[in-house]
Design a protein around this ligand. Structure first.
Ligand code: SAM
Ligand code: TMP
Ligand code: ZN
Length: 413
């Protein structure tokens, strides 16, 4: 495996080798999920977070790549089941996938199965399945729910082993994982080996169209190596004998697209594919000018948010944050938000509590600390879970508290 190491900005596309033009530099950034203790600060890892567009295949991607073992390991702290909305989303997803294979002795594989939030429902339906999950801690949680998991990265070699041992897969699914994988060529060769002739590969990831629409620059961090579009996915699929046969926009995680790939010629692409391709062309999602305009808007949000937080501090208000998301690493480190501006971040994940946020070193505390003494303002880092969190914490507003959000622009409500 070759990595594009930190500090050496390559100017070529990881997928097709075309020229990569950088359009946004978010500066020196830590690993977004590396919550740390005081003693770990001297050894903290940083890299340059910058984004470029491939002139040839239209794939937007990070300019520097972080070695995967630094991000995904035994103590990876993101548990997919931490939100009621996402549990419902993945239960509904499992039902849809199972409907597609009903009446068959099916084999369903998930890449990045995490704590089993999706595969639990497949297991409960008695359907043969396998999760690939390199992060051992979250994989163990899935196993405790009866889910079959291999603690391994999905790539060409592991896919070949599974094909030999268990036969072809009818469906391979992945959520919020494929965009994490710089070595996608290996994954696609693995899919070619593992998928049945009429099998499908279904994956969902943050959509560049939504990121540009909402100026949601916090979707850009170490783990989100690729920011896909229908066009870039279609071109990538074609390189490996696959075809993009369906797309569907999803509201979760601030706006995603669910892509369906099948073997070239095996299915008729839906009308939604052509519609999305046309819309992307109309918007110029693969052109530098609109992407540079997006970069300018990102700088505008940064300046406004930092100014607001400084003003609140200078006026003596208390400000805390809600949700120690991976996304918030980009916000805090790019906007210069540290413990002087935000006194703590509350988060329901035990693995994050008692630690400091990456790079910015803001203490992470349990939500009970928020409810026991409300701050004047709360910066909502988990804005993609806004409905769930604002409803749960309605006492905060009732007590006169105000939420600060910055997607699509800086607002106090
Ligand atoms: N699918 C879950 C969801 O949507 O909530 C988990 C998403 S989490 C952001 C990404 C997961 O992908 C992590 O649990 C990570 O360990 C896993 N992962 C990273 N690279 C992988 C690979 N090559 N094969 C399988 N899983 C991988
Ligand atoms: P995500 O945006 O990547 O899904 O991360 C959401 C983070 O917010 C995760 O660390 C869990 C946390 N969280 C809470 O603390 N309380 C909540 O009610 C929800 C929905 C999430
Ligand atoms: Zn390319």
């Amino acid at each position: 495996m070759t990595y594009r190491s930190a500090g050496t900005a390559a100017a070529t596309c990881r997928m097709c080798g075309g020229a990569l033009t950088e359009f946004l530099d978010l500066g020196r950034q830590p690993l977004s999920d590396a919550f740390l203790r005081e003693a770990d600060i001297p050894g903290e890892f940083f890299f340059r977070l910058a984004v470029g567009l491939c002139d040839a295949c239209g794939l937007t991607q990070l300019v520097e790549e972080v070695p995967r073992e630094r991000m995904f390991h035994e103590r990876y702290p993101y548990y997919s089941s931490g939100s009621a909305m996402m549990r419902e989303h993945f239960t509904a997803t499992a039902r849809e996938l199972l409907d597609q294979v009903s009446g068959r002795d099916a084999f369903v594989v998930e890449i990045g199965s995490n704590d089993g939030v999706m595969l639990r429902a497949v297991h409960d339906a008695g359907v043969r399945h396998l999760g690939f999950e390199p992060s051992g801690g979250v994989a163990d949680v899935a196993r405790a729910h009866g889910v079959r998991v291999r603690t391994a990265y999905f790539e060409e070699g592991t896919a070949a082993e599974t094909r030999a041992a268990e036969g072809p897969a009818d469906i391979v699914f992945a959520a919020n994982t494929i965009c994490h994988v710089p070595y996608l060529d290996s994954v696609l060769r693995g899919l070619d080996l593992l998928l049945a002739e009429d099998g499908v590969f279904v994956f969902e990831d943050p959509y560049l169209g939504d990121i540009v629409d909402k100026t949601s620059f916090d979707q850009i961090y170490d783990e989100h190596f690729y920011l896909f579009t229908a066009r870039s996915v279609r071109e990538m699929a074609a390189r490996f004998g696959f075809e993009l046969v369906d797309v569907r926009r999803l509201a979760v995680h601030g706006g995603e697209v669910r892509y369906t790939l099948a073997r070239a010629g095996s299915r008729t692409p839906s009308a939604a594919v052509a519609e999305m391709l046309t819309e992307e062309r109309r918007r110029g999602l693969h052109e530098l000018l609109p992407l540079r305009r997006f970069a300018a808007a990102v700088h505008g949000v940064r300046d406004e948010l930092a100014a607001l937080l400084r003003e609140l501090r200078d006026q003596g208000y208390t400000v805390a944050a809600y949700g120690a998301t991976a996304k918030s690493a980009t916000v805090t480190n790019f906007c210069g938000i540290g413990p002087d501006l935000v006194s703590y971040v509350c988060d329901s994940t035990p693995a994050k509590q008692g630690k400091l946020t990456p790079g910015a070193h803001i203490p992470v505390v349990p939500p009970a600390e928020f409810t026991s003494a409300y701050p004047d303002y709360a910066l909502l880092f988990a804005w993609n879970h806004a409905d769930e969190i604002i409803a749960k914490e309605r006492g905060f507003r009732d007590a006169g508290g105000r939420w600060i959000t910055y997607v699509p622009d800086v607002r106090v409500s």
